[in-house]
Design a protein around this ligand. Structure first.
Ligand code: SF4
Length: 391
């Protein structure tokens, strides 16, 4: 039963009223490529660069980030500015709800100030995830872009001061990060911090444990002036599966719930439960990839954040002289998207959109059979969340 489903926060966001037209478009198009072509993505995960100045332990994007993966550290891998401007125009005129800007470290992008200000001028909502080391260098643009909007930044701090350099591969940068947060907070910019929590079980995957550092991390974040701290469950880099915490570890986190003015948001427990759900992904294509896509600095359009830089998940490539519209609204892209097989390519991945995908596929089959889609209509009506851009 739909009502029994524990949807993830991302799935609730995908089912929000703002997306209903898109969802219906996919369901009613069935296998008609010409109809599927017209559905614009709702969210774009935009990676303007895959360069990073850190070498963090347990980085889930280590496959593409320049210091470890297929690109050598000193090769510039930055998105062509013409492609970037075109994406901003596309988002503005096609009802794209916003950009989740990640990478790599996005504040290292060679056109980051121009990008931020252009997004602000076009009223595009941003969620920008940064390691925080470059905030002061781009302080003016960040303040102009993020003040008085629904956009906000998220700074990752995963280690306390005693372990920070060791696990980020940097020297003395925690001070820079905290100074950057203070700078923004003093100017009224909403900054949230996230910490990925690695409990003792992380050791089984060769990852460092930080659960005992949480008290110090909470104190650092509180003193920086950030408004909120999200504690997020650690993931196995190769499969994205959540690493569970023990009851005692969860109880330890709960003790930070209210921390002297800092709002501490505990891990979404449904995210832990999803690790136990069947992840057979026996749907013929991935519906989520019609709504939320990744555009990489190589101008490739990828099916999902779990497959950044993976050739099989590259739905299309924006070639020099082409626009995003040329590429996205093309039969070739849809054909490639329908050929991308979750059973084959996501078999080992824990997918946090699994139930959404199953529902859309079931609703599509129901529509084919009966000419209506009560399954999804009912679910959409039961979810009243506004369009929310989730990191
Ligand atoms: S993991 Fe696979 S099935 Fe899940 S959203 Fe990503 S591409 Fe789609």
């Amino acid at each position: 039963m739909i009502s029994d489903l524990a949807l993830t926060r991302k799935e609730v966001g995908l089912l929000s009223p703002a997306n209903r037209g898109r969802i219906k478009g996919i369901i009613q198009a069935g296998k008609n490529l010409n109809k599927l072509v017209s559905v614009a993505p709702a969210y774009i995960n935009l990676d303007p660069t895959w360069r990073c100045n850190f070498t963090c332990s347990g980085c889930v994007d280590g496959r593409v980030v320049s210091r470890q993966g297929q690109y050598h550290v000193d090769q510039a891998v930055d998105l062509d500015w013409n492609v970037c401007q075109d994406l901003i125009n596309y988002a503005k005129f096609h009802g794209v709800y916003g950009f989740v800007v990640q990478g790599g470290e996005p504040l290292l992008y060679n056109k980051i100030d121009d990008f931020l200000l252009a997004c602000r001028a076009s009223e595009i909502i941003l969620r920008l995830v940064t390691n925080g080391t470059q905030i002061i260098s781009h302080g003016e643009s960040l303040v102009s872009t993020f003040s008085g909007t629904a956009s906000y930044l998220r700074v990752s701090i995963n280690w306390d001061s005693a372990h920070y350099d060791q696990h980020t591969g940097s020297k003395n940068s925690l001070r820079q990060v905290l100074t950057g947060i203070e700078f923004l907070a003093q100017r009224g910019i909403r900054v949230v911090v996230s910490s990925v929590v690695f409990g003792r079980k992380a050791e089984e995957y060769g990852l460092p444990v930080n659960i005992d550092q949480m008290g110090d991390i909470v104190s650092l974040v509180r003193s920086s002036g950030a408004s909120r701290l999200y504690l997020r469950p650690g993931k196995v880099p190769s499969t994205q599966a959540m690493i569970p915490l023990s009851e005692a570890e969860l109880a330890n986190l709960e003790s930070f719930d209210e921390d002297k003015g800092l709002e501490v948001c505990l891990p979404d427990f449904s995210q832990f439960r999803q690790a136990d759900l069947p992840q057979n992904k026996d749907y013929p294509f991935c519906p989520t990839s019609f709504f939320r896509i990744v555009v990489g600095p190589d101008a490739g359009i990828y099916a999902c954040t779990s497959h950044r830089g993976v050739p099989a998940a590259r739905l299309a490539q924006i070639q020099p002289g082409q626009t995003f519209t040329d590429v996205w609204h093309s039969v070739e892209r849809v054909r490639k998207q329908l050929q991308f097989s979750p059973v084959q390519h996501c078999r080992d991945n824990t997918c946090d959109k699994h139930r959404f995908n199953t529902l859309v596929i079931d609703a599509r089959e129901e529509f084919e059979r009966s000419g209506s889609s009560t399954l999804l209509d009912n679910l959409c009506l039961s979810i009243n969340s506004p369009a929310v851009l989730r990191f």
